[in-house]
Design a protein around this ligand. Structure first.
Ligand code: GLU
Length: 550
């Protein structure tokens, strides 16, 4: 009996060979420098900002080079799969307009792309074909170590301060005669498949990471598990090798936590004689916490989760901008030179990525977002706040739909000008900054004139009703207020008042303030003339009348 018999016993039903799969999934027909990237999250939790950083880089690399950005669902760790995680990933990609060119959405029964399936748990036969090949070649073997044995090996290694893992003398089954392995399997013993490593831990190899440069790493000598006993699915290490090979990935963008796995991946690719993709290991995302800088944490920091940005209502492009600024140190300078370019026109350079960590600063995001919203048209702001409120504030969305033109007019106050107002940082704060414009939200009990003489307020409001003309230009409008000041004993010029306060009841500033408070209940607002133009005479007078009656 030989290794072929062993391999046939373990994988009896496989009909294809590696060559068959390579023929099924041929080279992609792309330009010479086209980059093929994949976003390959495991659905073991909800997408966080670290995933997003990798995803944006994947996307930019592919788009900029007319390559392909595809989505792969790395769900081989079935015990850790979280319900809804896959759907949420799709949602985020949609929300950020980074739709993959190739994908497989099982729940929607939708698949696109010539390299399907894109869900690892559906690729079992493919992986097993590759594993079978290794067994026949004597480069992988069934291992019968029980969980208890492995636990005790690990404890012993920890106690003796040795490297952890199944290697050297710990790899008890690597040289088990084929006959014995066959017999154990026939007897129903449980086993995993391990790589029979040919590496030497004392030897080093050079590895070039596009972000971190050349690294010297020790060879792998651990017989890592490549197929689990429970479900016959491969481990991540093995699955990614097969997939990136068959799907012709050119660039792998992934977290720095994978650097320690490079020796394993290097050996696996070498064992098959496959070309390794290029790797870009991206830094951890850090945040400022008081005086310290620490790793962003899903547990401690709400902004670590992608849900945060949608709940707040940041425009998606503002979030991407903020991410791009931490992805590449020269992005901001590029943006200054290309204010209107799409972010995918930027040539991402892995070398210009911080290796020590990427500091993600919410103040910076706020700043980017504020500027971004200030440059939108009123229609765009309206569309943004409407789609946000449809999910997070239904009542407000109904108001917005009822008063569409009116709301857009509000957003247009001091907008179409060289230096537009920067009132809004995210969509969730727009209601808090515009509620007083809507009768439904205006609260007369909030109007507070305690800083003024009530009779004076009444006189001013009544007088103003007489003179107000809604067809006035801004200049006419202001002149009319000034004229009223003269009549009522207020200084129409602030300077006059400041020089001789005893001669006046107050100044034009007091008068406009009283009007402002009566109309908005606030002491500071955007341009009052614009607010009045939008409110319209009827509403203005109605509000005045209520104040006068009060
Ligand atoms: N499935 C892996 C993870 O979610 C992806 C690593 C990779 O992109 O290769 O961490």
């Amino acid at each position: 009996m030989n290794r072929q018999d062993l391999a046939d016993l373990i994988f009896p039903g496989l009909t294809k060979t590696i060559a068959d799969y390579e023929a099924m999934y041929p080279e992609r027909n792309l330009g010479e420098n086209a980059r093929v990237t994949r976003f390959a999250p495991s659905p073991t939790g909800f997408m966080h900002i670290g995933h997003m950083l990798g995803c944006v880089i994947d996307y930019v690399l592919a788009k900029k080079s007319d390559g392909v950005f595809y989505l792969r669902n790395e769900d081989t760790d079935t015990s850790r799969t979280v319900e809804g995680a896959v759907e949420y990933i799709r949602h985020v990609l949609e929300h950020y307009h980074m739709e993959p060119e190739e994908y497989e959405y099982r729940d929607l029964e939708k698949t696109k792309g010539n390299y399907a399936p894109y869900i690892q748990s559906e690729r079992k036969e493919i992986y097993q074909t590759f594993i079978k090949h290794l067994i026949i070649e004597g480069k992988a073997y069934p291992c019968f170590l029980t969980q208890e044995e492995m636990d005790s090996i690990r404890e012993g290694q920890a106690r003796d301060k040795r490297r952890i893992g199944i290697y050297g003398r710990y790899a008890k089954y690597r040289d088990l005669p084929v006959e014995e392995a066959i017999e154990r399997i026939k007897n129903g013993e449980s086993y995993t498949i391990r790589l029979k490593s040919s590496g030497d831990f004392n030897r080093k190899f050079k590895f070039n990471d596009l972000a971190n440069g050349e690294m010297e790493l020790p060879e792998n000598d651990i017989d890592i598990p490549i197929m689990k006993s429970k479900d016959g699915l491969p481990t991540y290490h093995f699955a990614h090798l097969v997939d990136d090979h068959l799907m012709h990935t050119t660039h792998v963008v992934r977290g720095q936590e994978w650097i320690s796995s490079i020796p394993v991946h290097y050996e696996l690719f070498k064992t098959f004689g496959f070309k390794m993709p290029k790797y870009i290991h991206i830094p951890l995302i850090l945040k400022k916490d008081g005086d310290t800088i620490r790793k962003i944490s899903k547990r401690l920091d709400p902004e670590a989760r992608m849900t945060y940005y949608e709940e707040k209502g940041y425009p998606y492009l503002a979030v991407i901008e903020a991410i791009m600024t931490i992805a590449n140190s020269n992005y901001e300078a590029w943006r200054e030179g290309h204010p209107d370019a799409h972010f995918t026109e930027f040539e991402f350079s892995p070398k210009k990525m911080s290796s020590s960590g990427a500091l993600f600063d919410l103040d910076k995001l706020d700043n980017i977002s504020k500027n971004y919203i200030s440059r939108l048209t009123k229609e765009e702001v309206y569309a943004g706040v409407l789609s946000w409120s449809k999910i997070y504030d239904e009542e407000f969305s109904e108001i917005l739909e009822k008063y569409k033109e009116y709301s857009m007019a509000i957003y247009n106050i001091e907008r179409e000008q060289k230096k537009p107002r920067k009132d809004y940082t995210y969509y969730s704060e727009i209601k808090d900054k515009t509620w007083y414009m809507y009768e439904e939200y205006f609260d007369y009990s909030k109007v507070d004139f305690s800083a003024y003489d009530v009779e004076e307020v009444k006189t001013i409001l009544m007088k103003y009703k007489e003179i107000y003309n809604e067809n006035d230009s801004q200049e006419e409008w202001f002149n009319r207020i000034k004229e009223m000041c003269d009549v009522l004993g207020y200084a129409s010029d602030r300077k006059d008042y400041n020089n001789n306060p005893e001669n006046y009841k107050g100044s034009v500033v007091d008068v406009t303030n009283i009007l402002r408070i009566a109309l908005t209940s606030l002491t500071t607002t955007p341009d009052l003339y614009s607010i009045m133009q939008i409110l319209g005479k009827e509403k203005i007078f109605a509000r005045f009348d209520k104040m006068i009656a009060k």
